[in-house]
Design a protein around this ligand. Structure first.
Ligand code: HEM
Length: 485
């Protein structure tokens, strides 16, 4: 093999990579040492802003294969035929901590999936939980501030975490989930993924359906107790990354089976729960899981920075046949992500290899900007409409229209007959075995008992009481016992 020559960024050979150029032996360094200047300057610029949430993550490529016919519900091409395969990239993440945080912590996990379809990239940016803490995007920055490090102490503070929840009764369902057995997954391979929001599917006849996505892990759900997690963090802070990387390197490719719950659009208005409320699930008895296909991860990225850190997922990257529902949280996210990417990665982040479409090409009149690498040919016009052969619109709607009624204003999410902030949290509690209930109560009490203000503790206790009398009583007793210690 030919010997590779070390070069500068401009391709010139480097004579010495061990000694900088000086004015004589022992003299000061010369400004003309281009290789040294470039090397130091380049090093200073290696980091980019970390994601404001979900900073820490791991990614892998794979494919999605359709196993069941869902053409009655959507005309998305990548779901159009049993056996059809589409290349994918999945980034898992923790949420609250910064890039250097540990993996095995009690926190939701991100499950962000990019399908490189031949109708453009479809991004499904979900979590490992079917619900979320809040139902209006206007609360999101406050929520995240309360869960991340305090601006004064520089630590995550139980006072802030629980004070937010004291003011957010709608979080009780997700808090019950997070403090329960699934709150610390054993690895990214051993957890489910959920789209969480309700999305709209439209079939070839123009009929609309509302759907929820469930990716069930084929590795089995496995979780860690608080004690096991603390021990693992001490041994390997990167335990999820290690597990995913090594499994795929060994050829033990993790997979998930995708199911959807499907609601005909006409049923949404009268369903007992508001189907667009992200703090609620649709019980499977109402809308059973229907199998769609299989997701397999089979290739580690070659470069973590290029492909995982620079990966950009946007919930507004839809393909024909799949679109948003009126869920307010989802609507907020349709703005937030691409905006975050323009800040973090720049306006041309969609041209980076991990983000660019693979099965089709972007072809439009968007131009230039920092680090543009996509050019048309010398004959392309940069305006539209034009009299030349530039790309033109299809005139085919991407999905069915959403019905809108009412006046503009700031409203609370509409409550349907069975909606309140606590019923589904209570249902989740009542589903748990006696042992699970015990661990849930201990986890909640462990955090809540560290809160310094009694009124914040009382407000939180009231939420657990409202969810289920036994749940409230047990959390209250456990918190009192720990505070009397
Ligand atoms: C209004 C509510 C929300 C807002 C404003 C919001 C905003 C953001 C922002 C700004 C990022 C960083 C993006 C980047 O820099 O690449 C992010 C990441 C992420 N969010 Fe959200 N988020 C919200 C709710 C949710 C919900 C409900 C889910 C899951 C169902 C979710 C899942 C994720 C995931 C998985 C990532 C990491 C994506 C990746 O791996 O690059 N977020 N979010």
């Amino acid at each position: 093999m030919a010997k590779r020559v070390l070069t500068t960024e401009s391709g010139a050979p480097v004579a010495d990579n061990q000694n900088s150029a000086t004015a004589g032996v022992g003299g000061p360094i010369l400004l003309q040492d281009q290789h040294l200047l470039e090397k130091l300057a380049r090093f200073n610029r290696e980091r980019i802003p970390e994601r404001v949430v979900h900073a820490r993550g791991s990614g892998a490529y794979g494919y999605f294969e359709v196993t069941d016919d869902v053409t009655g519900f959507t005309r998305a091409d990548f779901l159009s035929e049993v056996g059809k395969r589409t290349e994918t990239f999945l980034r898992f993440s923790t949420v609250a901590d910064s890039l250097g945080g540990a993996d095995a912590v009690r926190d939701p996990r991100g499950f962000a999936l990019k399908f490189y379809t031949n109708e453009g990239n479809y991004d499904l940016v979900g979590n490992n939980t079917p619900v979320f803490f809040i139902k209006d995007p206007i609360k999101f920055p406050d929520f995240i501030h309360s869960q991340k490090r305090d601006p004064f102490t520089g630590r995550q503070e139980p006072d802030n975490v629980w004070d937010f929840w004291a003011h957010a009764p709608e979080a009780t369902h997700q808090v019950t989930w997070l403090m329960g057995d699934r709150g610390i997954p054993a690895s990214y391979r051993h957890m489910n993924g959920y789209g969480s929001h309700t999305y709209q599917w439209t079939n070839a006849e123009g009929e609309a359906f509302f759907v929820k996505y469930h990716f069930k892990t084929n590795q089995g759900v496995r979780s860690l107790s608080a004690e096991q997690a603390a021990e693992l963090v001490g041994k390997d802070a990167n335990s999820h990354q290690t597990d995913l990387l090594q499994a795929i390197e060994r050829g033990v490719n993790p997979s998930w089976t995708l199911y959807v719950q499907v609601m005909p659009a006409a049923e949404a208005a009268d369903y007992r729960f508001n189907p667009f409320d992200l703090t609620k699930v649709w019980p499977h008895a109402d809308y059973p899981l229907q199998r769609v296909g299989r997701l397999v991860l089979d290739r580690n990225p070659d470069n973590v920075f290029a492909e995982v850190e620079q990966a950009a997922f946007s919930p507004n990257n839809f393909v024909p046949g799949i679109g948003p529902s009126p869920d307010k949280m989802l609507q907020g996210r349709l703005f937030a992500y691409a905006d975050a990417h323009r800040y973090r990665l720049g306006v041309n982040h969609t041209q980076l290899p991990v983000n660019a479409p693979k099965a089709t090409q972007a072809d439009n009149y968007g131009r230039d900007g920092l680090h543009a690498t996509r050019y048309g040919s010398r004959h392309d016009k940069n305006y539209e409409p034009n009299s030349y052969a530039g790309p033109t619109q299809t005139d085919a709607a991407l999905g069915a229209p959403l019905a809108i009624h009412g006046w503009t204003g700031t409203y609370e999410t509409a409550a349907h007959v069975k909606d309140d902030d606590f019923f589904q949290a209570g249902e989740l509690y009542r589903l748990m075995s006696e042992d699970e209930k015990g661990r849930l109560v201990a986890n909640i009490a462990g955090g809540l008992s560290q809160v310094t203000r009694d009124d914040v503790i009382e407000k939180n206790l009231a939420h657990f009481h409202a969810a289920d009398a036994d749940y409230g009583k047990r959390v209250e007793e456990a918190v009192r016992a720990l505070r009397e210690d």
